[in-house]
Design a protein around this ligand. Structure first.
Ligand code: A3P
Length: 341
């Protein structure tokens, strides 16, 4: 097994759309894209000027929309594929680190682990950013995606036994984390988004891959229907009992921890390696960048802010908290899923 992948130079997506790889298929996706784009509903963007609504989900008009269309049209899943599915700012970076460390724990020592020198996003590529490159990757492939479950092609959800690990988080913390993150990436020529504006947009569902609640419910329902295929996690539970969750993760991914590993403290080593304190203080995560496309280059340090449960509430007014809690209760009613207050 060889799951460690070098940092994906994901300007592949731009190479893809510039037609250097598989030009016929790219042309087809590009034609479809150009045809639909002008007619899509538009909303205010957080990082880009606009978001567009496609098949019920809000996406950046270039990167995310093209990525989704490409995946729907041409991605070839394998039954051994493992996808980490997340809504942005719910714990993607942490889940990537934990999964990578769990699956590859016999390959790397903790003293010279790839996660000490590579941002977690560089260890585990983003499906929508470089779908073409993935054909050459050895199985089992560890990939991440922000695509809502309901928009994934049947080839990924029905026809194949691909596994998904999903992590969700209290919407108040997601909103605030996203607002702060997106403003950092927002081009200087666009005025920053105020918290009030971000709050309104988030509540209306207008944020990358939103509405948030629909995203969560899609994976929640899939996890109830096919628990062997979809593992549903909460950021808050991971914070509270990381070792318990890592053991569940190992079990689900077909890499259960043996009694010997448990007694030797391997689970705790993984938790420590992937902790906020450890990762956020590494030189690579303080000073290097992640290149998602030729236009999207993100400082690794932006992926690590506070890593706390409940921090969102310290930014929001009582009224905002009340409203978002009401929306959450209403949306999740009858689903069996709950978040804290
Ligand atoms: P905050 O902004 O609330 O601090 P994503 O990885 O999906 O972009 O989510 C980012 C959020 O996860 C940020 O939340 C970030 O600080 C937090 N985070 C990143 N790495 C983490 C880790 N190892 N442990 C816990 N939280 C982490």
């Amino acid at each position: 097994m060889d799951s460690f992948l070098p940092s994906p130079d994901c300007d592949t997506i731009s190479k893809t759309y510039n037609g250097q790889i598989d030009s016929h298929l790219i042309q087809k996706t590009n034609e479809g894209y150009r045809e639909i784009l002008p007619n899509l509903p538009r909303g205010k963007g957080w990082m880009t000027e606009h978001l567009v609504q496609y098949q019920g989900v809000w996406l950046t008009p270039n990167f995310a929309l093209k990525g989704l269309m490409w995946v729907q049209d041409h991605f070839k899943p394998r039954s051994t594929d493992i996808f980490l599915a997340t809504f942005p700012k719910t714990g993607t970076t942490w889940l990537k680190a934990l999964t990578f460390a769990t699956v590859n724990r016999t390959r790397y020592g903790f003293a010279d682990h790839p996660l000490l020198t590579t941002v977690p996003h560089g260890c585990l590529p983003f499906l929508e950013a470089c779908p073409n490159d993935l054909d050459g990757f050895p199985s089992p492939r560890l990939l991440s995606t922000h695509i809502p479950y309901t928009l994934l092609p049947n080839s990924m959800t029905v026809n194949q036994s691909c596994r998904f690990v999903y992590i969700c988080r209290d919407p108040k913390d997601v909103l605030v984390s996203k607002w702060l993150f997106m403003n950092k990436l927002r081009p200087k020529e666009l005025a920053p988004i105020s918290l009030e504006e971000a709050f309104e947009l988030f509540c209306q569902g207008i944020s990358h891959y939103g509405p948030y609640w629909d995203h969560v419910l899609g994976y929640w329902k899939a996890s109830l229907e096919t628990p062997e295929k979809v593992l549903f996690l909460k950021y808050e539970e991971l914070k509270e009992e990381p070792s318990v969750v890592v053991k569940r993760l190992g079990e689900f991914l077909g890499h259960p921890f043996s009694l010997e590993e448990v007694s030797k403290g391997v689970v705790e080593e993984i938790v420590k390696l992937c902790s906020f304190e450890n990762l956020s203080n590494l030189e690579v995560n303080k000073s290097s960048v992640l290149k998602l496309s030729t236009q999207i280059i993100i400082d690794n340090r932006h992926f690590f802010r506070k890593g706390k449960v409940g921090d969102g509430k310290s930014y929001l007014t009582d009224e905002m908290i009340k409203r978002i809690n009401e929306i959450t209760s209403e949306k999740l009613l009858g689903s069996g899923l709950v978040f804290g207050s």
